[in-house]
Write a protein that binds this ligand. Sequence first.
Ligand code: GLN
Length: 199
Amino acid sequence: HPVIGVLALQGDVREHLAALAAAGAAARPVRRPDELAAVEGLVIPGGESTTISKLASLFGMMEPLRERVRSGLPVYGTCAGMILLADKILDPRSGQETIGGIEMIVRRNAFGRQNESFEAAVEVSGVDGGPVEGVFIRAPWVESVGAQTEVLAEHAGHIVAVRQGNALATSFHPELTGDHRMHGLFADMVRAMPVTRSR
Ligand code: GLN
């Protein structure tokens, strides 16, 4: 089983740990640099991107995260996690930093406020067996992508899933559904990538 961590600073960590386990991974929470060094892949959960970014700086995790993502660690961000993987945020809150890794510009809260959250069937390229059930909660969308970024899905004319090499991101939350195909896709990416633990 690939060892896949979930960044456990804030957000829906438990749901991701359960979805990863259901997809056949050995899942564990990651809070410290030594825990980050011990995983073969990392999920960055949904939650509040500003809070996750501030806590990552506070816990001395921002640079280790950037380094490992840059050096090819497979990483999957959902919602707030997608925002954290963006090289650029369209409307960052003051002091809001990202890990980066995907050449894209992301618009926060693009689909509206909390009470405008919704579910939609989303056809994701590379995921077989029909559309996945997309849960969108104050979800971002991808405003534009770079030449290296592959668009995997759109909803209502907006990009909601992307991949660039080792990094995968979705606007929606597959960890909140019983459908573990996105986590399965990510687990397959981890298995396929010759990343060794850095320690
Ligand atoms: N809108 C939130 C943010 O900016 C993301 C919401 C979510 O992860 N469900 O971080």
